[in-house]
Every structure is written in C-alpha cells, then in structure tokens.
Design a binder for this molecule. Structure first.
Ligand code: CUA
Length: 330
C-alpha cells in the first residue's frame, strides 16, 4: 500500500506547530470555518473604520458637521440597532453552519476519539457505534468522505483540532460531542489539543493521514486482519524476539495492547500498529529508532508528567531490542 505523501517533509510540515494553518482549508468543513472567519474579519474591519470616523468627527469635526451627524438618532441606530442586527445575523448564520457541520447524513465513516493526558485513543466504529479496531494518536481517513467523530474525554477537558480539515471541538468528561472532518486531498495533516489540559498540553498533538479511497480500503483490510487472535507478526530476528520478551517481562502489557498477543492493557496507547505510525509521543516526534529509544528510556524528559514512567535503568541493547520490537508492529 502506498502511503500518501508520507515523506519526512510532509510530516514535518504537518507537525510544525506555529502558527496553525487556520486560513488554509483542505476540506468542506474547514472551508466553512474559514468563510466565517473572513466574514468576521471584514465586518470588524468595517466597524473599526466607522468607530474611527465617528471619533474623528467628535474630536475634530466642525460644529456644522457634528450637528448634522450627531443627535439621538445616530446613537439609537449605530449604537444599538445596527450592532444588535449584525450580531444577530452572525449568530443565526454561525448556528446554521454549525448544524451542517455536525448533522449525520448516514454516509460518513464513524470514529471515536478519547482525550487522555496527553494522548488520543482512536477507535474505528461500525454503523451501530461499536469499535471494530483501535489505534492511538493517528487517524486514517479516506479522501472525499465525511468522517463523524464522537469526542469523549477520559480525564480532563481537551479539545480536538485539525486546522486544515475542520472546526474545533471540546472533549468534556461525561458527555459526547460530535465533529465532522473531511479531507479533499490525500496527505498528512497535523492536529493539536486546543484546550489547556495540564503542563504538557502543548505537546498533545496527533496526525490525520488522508488516503485515496482504494488505498484506504486496502489499509482497512490490513487493519481488520490484525484483529484476529495470533495475528501479531512473528519476530523477524533475534533482536525483535528479545524485545518481545522484554516487553512481557517488564509488564508493559499492563498498560498497552497489541492485538493478536497476550498484551491487552488499555490505560495507555494501543501499540498494535506503532511501527507504522508517522509520529511518536502523540504527534510530537518523527517515529524512528532513535526517538523510540529516547521515548522508552526517558519519556518524562520529553513530555513531563505523561503517565508512562521513565525506564532509565535499561541498557542500550535492551532499549534497542524494545525499539526493534515496536518497529516490527506494523
Ligand atoms: Cu489535551 Cu490540551
């Protein structure tokens, strides 16, 4: 399966943090948000110009001009009726746009994303809302199809945001919010938590990979095949085998799940496909041997107070073995 524009530069571009590409929409829902933004900018610019003009007249205008423009009528119209009217129209328009961005038509791909300190649990759902397969910190979607995402939180309030593909939606403990995304072009899109959720909030990113529909179908079939018992790939060499043993001996399975193995922990990110993920540490690092080793050995230095302890006592060979095992999990 060909990865859509999965070059290092597109990942780097997707992950480069600031400023978020808020005026560069790549799908119909982000287009809507961008249109609203431009209308707001145009209106506030017009209002600012009018206020400046009124101020100028008040300070420097001739008595005759002030008499002609002044009086109760001006205050009534431009201080009350016009602003209230503009705000009301904007509210009505915004609500109509928003309703279109969350309404379910029935042809959408369904997903659920759960916010966690500081990572994202990703579930692919069937039409009835039941999980079919799971992942973490990376969403794979087909180009041209809307995706409805149920947003939940497992601890504090987070906010899910992919600037190029859609609006922003809070994840609030105890409730389910909904957001629609759609990509019109294959590629890698960066996402970011947009609600302060703790010290490492700014390091809570993720990646959306948009595939051409046929590519996405192949991707999905491969993912579904990995859900079967004993579907985990066999160790390809001794290092991977050692890593797999270490993973078991160190108790990693208490928190992490790897489909097709005995590892069924759910409190940490699902590792079934970690070897094929574009990023590591929830959208903050490229995924390679070096960053895997760094993360396993001392994730606390990379993302302070994340829930994975640092394993500083591991030897270099052990870290390599664990990283090799992670790389083998495609
Ligand atoms: Cu999660 Cu900010």
């Amino acid at each position: 399966m060909s990865q859509p524009t999965s070059s290092r530069s597109s990942l780097a571009e997707a992950l480069s943090g600031w400023p978020p590409p808020v005026l560069d929409p790549h799908g119909p829902f982000s287009n809507t948000v961008t249109s609203l933004t431009w209308v707001l900018i145009a209106l506030v610019t017009l209002i600012f110009a009018l206020v400046c003009a009124a101020l100028w007249v008040a300070l420097y205008g001739s008595d005759k001009l002030r008499a002609r423009l002044g009086g109760e009528g001006v205050v009534k119209w431009f201080g009350l009726i016009v602003p209230a009217g503009i705000l009301f129209l904007l509210l009505a328009w915004g609500m109509t746009l928003f309703a279109g961005m969350t309404a379910i038509q029935g042809d959408e791909l369904r997903m659920r994303v759960s916010g966690n300190i500081y990572w994202w649990r990703v579930s692919y759902l069937d039409a009835a809302g039941k999980e079919i397969h799971a992942d973490a910190n990376e969403l794979h979607i087909p180009v041209g199809q809307p995706v409805v995402i149920d947003m939940v939180s497992e601890d504090v309030i987070h906010s899910f945001w992919v600037p190029k593909l859609g609006g922003k939606m809070d994840m609030i403990p105890g409730r389910t919010n909904r957001l629609k995304l759609q990509a019109d072009k294959a590629g890698v899109y960066g996402g970011q938590c947009a609600e302060f959720c703790g010290g490492a909030h700014s390091l809570m990113g993720f990646v959306v990979v948009a595939h051409e529909p046929a590519d996405w179908q192949r991707w999905r079939e491969a993912r579904l095949a990995r859900q079967q018992p004993q579907s985990a790939p066999a160790p390809v060499n001794d290092e991977v085998l050692r890593g797999r043993q270490l993973f078991g001996d160190m108790g990693c399975a208490a928190c992490h799940r790897i489909a097709g193995t005995a590892a069924q922990g759910v409190s940490g990110p699902d590792l079934t496909h970690i070897g094929s993920r574009q990023s590591l540490g929830a959208g903050i690092l490229p995924n390679n041997r070096g960053t895997l080793i760094g993360w396993i050995g001392d994730s606390q230095s990379i993302k302070p107070n994340n829930r994975m302890p640092a394993y500083r006592s591991l030897q270099a060979a052990e870290l390599h073995a664990l990283a090799a095992y992670m790389e083998s999990l495609k």
